[in-house]
Design a protein around this ligand. Structure first.
Ligand code: TK8
Length: 335
């Protein structure tokens, strides 16, 4: 039997031994904002990040997450990161083209065919290339997460073929390539930040919008949208950004643990998103949305119609990022 004093000494010794393990970490509360709601798989990824941080920093580093655009839109948040007044944001790449023009590649219509291609591009040298561009703009990208393939919804009419886009007043992200694409397809496209979309749809200021199934469902757009068309016209990745200004003030251990947490988060987030994708489509149907599948032939017609968008926008994006992505795609397609 251990004497009481021995036990106390042992426990105290263990505590002392444990303390230096977390000495490289400071008490930090990291502000993280995004536009989707917490039941989006981004919530699964953030929860994972919180768990990793709790375990690896002895609870010293914490993420305080704001959902549903409650703390402003993603572009404002990204500017706050650059200014060093906010730590983190999860944002689509598209609203950031005014900051990093090279990201416009991801807005080119019908670029990726499936998630496998997206992963191959983003997790390879192309992903590293964009991370470098982001860093030059004051943004550290910890990982690429997934929003998914974007699909059209509207409250006006079923859209099954190219001609049906005509006359729909459509919200697009704050992004010239999306504007160009959807104007070319015949819609009256207007740029708008994500947190304003639900109300604009509800008040019929706009007829439609485009987002992946999971985002449509978790943002409840089905409550104000009748028609869903499976267009899969773009895959615009989520970026998990950290303010470079604030990043540079972190210890190497803090930086390493944040990167690790974002990659652990990526794994579970992508899995959750992909599992939910088809379920969300079924669920949107059962909640009353009328779904139009787009035939491959019709998707081809859409692609032919928006081809001029490539010619017009590639010079602005730059041939370097476009070629890097096209090369990565070629490899992914086994060519
Ligand atoms: C969420 C946005 C959104 C995006 C958009 O913050 O704006 O339509 O697809 O999912 O990043």
């Amino acid at each position: 039997m251990l004497k009481r004093r021995t036990l106390v000494t042992l426990v105290a010794g263990a505590l002392l031994a444990a303390a230096p393990a977390f000495a490289q970490f400071q008490e930090r509360t990291i502000k993280f904002t995004n536009g989707v709601n917490e039941d989006h798989p981004v919530g699964v990824g953030v929860k994972k990040m919180q768990e990793v941080l709790a375990a690896k920093t002895g609870g010293k580093m914490k993420i305080n997450a704001f959902w549903g655009g409650a703390a402003g839109n993603d572009l404002q948040a990204t500017q706050a990161l650059r200014a060093g007044t906010q730590e983190m944001v999860c944002t689509s790449s598209s609203p950031l083209v005014g900051i990093v023009k090279e990201l416009g590649v991801f807005d080119l219509p019908f670029l990726f065919a499936n998630e496998k291609e997206a992963d191959a591009v983003l997790d390879g040298p192309a992903g590293v290339y964009f991370n470098k561009k982001l860093e030059e703009a004051g943004l550290v990208n910890l990982a690429y997460w997934e929003n998914g393939f974007r699909n059209l919804t509207n409250s006006k009419k079923p859209v099954a073929k190219v001609e049906d886009f005509d006359g729909i007043k459509l919200r697009v992200m704050q992004n010239n390539i999306f504007l160009d694409t959807f104007r070319t397809l015949g819609t009256n496209a207007v740029p708008m930040a994500f947190p304003e979309v639900f109300t604009a749809l509800e008040t019929k200021t706009i007829d439609g919008q485009e987002n992946p199934f999971v985002t449509i469902e978790t943002s409840k757009f089905n409550e104000v949208q009748k028609y869903l068309s499976v267009t899969r016209h773009a895959y615009t990745p989520f970026l998990i950004l950290y303010s470079k200004k604030l990043w540079d003030g972190l210890s190497p251990q803090e930086q390493a643990v944040l990167r690790e947490a974002a990659i652990e988060g990526q794994k579970v987030q992508r899995v959750a998103n992909r599992q939910l994708n088809e379920k969300s489509l079924a669920s949107l149907r059962s909640k009353g949305m009328q779904v139009n599948e787009i035939t491959p032939a019709e998707q081809r017609r859409m692609f032919d119609k928006v081809k001029p968008v490539y010619d017009k926008n590639v010079p602005t994006i730059g041939s370097e990022p476009v070629n890097i992505v096209l090369d990565a795609l070629k490899k992914a397609r086994g060519g």
